[in-house]
Design a protein. Structure first.
Length: 165
C-alpha cells in the first residue's frame, strides 16, 4: 500500500471506526479488499456488511439499487464510504438506508486539490483511483443529511460524519 494511503488508513480507524459500538449495524460502501470488515471482525462486531461492485463483497452491486439487493430502508446505524462519493452520488441511498440518528462516515478529496492527488498517485505515494472523480464536491454542500463533524487533512482530503435527522 502506498505510504500516504497507509497513514490515512490508520488515522481513519482513530477518527471514524473506534467510536462505533460493536453492536452497531454497519454497512461499508466500496468495501474493496475488506480491511474495514476485518477491523470490525477482530473487535467482535457481528453486524457488518460490505457492498462493492465486484467480489469478494458481502453484497455485489450498486448501493443505489439497494432495494433490488434486498436491503431494507432505515436498517443501518452506520454507513461508511471511504473514497467513494467522488465517483458517484450515493447520499440519497445512504439516507434511505440509515436509521433516524444514524451516521454516514465519508472521506473524499477536496475538489480544488484533486489535481495534487493525481500527482501523488503518479508518484506512487497515494492509492490509484479506480474510476474518474466525476462527482467531486465539498461536504458542506450535501443537502439531505446533516454534517455534524468535519475536518480537512493536509489540504488534500475532507473527512465528514453526517447524521440522519
Amino acid at each position: 500500500m502506498p505510504v500516504l494511503s497507509a497513514i490515512a488508513q490508520r488515522k481513519k480507524i482513530d477518527y471514524f471506526l473506534e467510536p462505533i459500538p460493536s453492536a452497531a449495524v454497519i454497512l461499508e460502501v466500496g468495501c474493496g479488499s475488506g480491511r474495514v470488515g476485518e477491523y470490525f471482525e477482530t473487535r467482535g462486531a457481528q453486524n457488518y456488511r460490505g457492498i462493492d461492485l465486484v467480489p469478494p463483497a458481502d453484497l455485489v452491486g450498486d448501493i443505489r439499487d439497494w432495494k433490488a439487493l434486498g436491503m431494507e430502508p432505515e436498517s443501518f446505524d452506520v454507513i461508511i464510504a471511504f473514497e467513494v462519493v467522488e465517483h458517484v452520488d450515493i447520499y440519497t441511498a445512504c439516507a434511505d438506508l440509515l436509521k433516524s440518528g444514524g451516521k454516514l462516515a465519508v472521506t473524499t478529496p477536496l475538489p480544488h486539490a484533486d489535481w495534487i492527488m493525481k500527482c501523488l498517485e503518479k508518484c506512487g505515494l497515494n492509492q490509484r483511483r479506480t474510476s474518474p472523480h466525476s462527482n467531486l464536491h465539498y461536504l458542506k454542500s450535501v443537502g439531505n443529511l446533516e454534517l455534524i463533524s468535519s475536518r480537512q487533512i493536509a489540504g488534500l482530503s475532507q473527512w465528514g460524519i453526517f447524521e440522519k435527522r
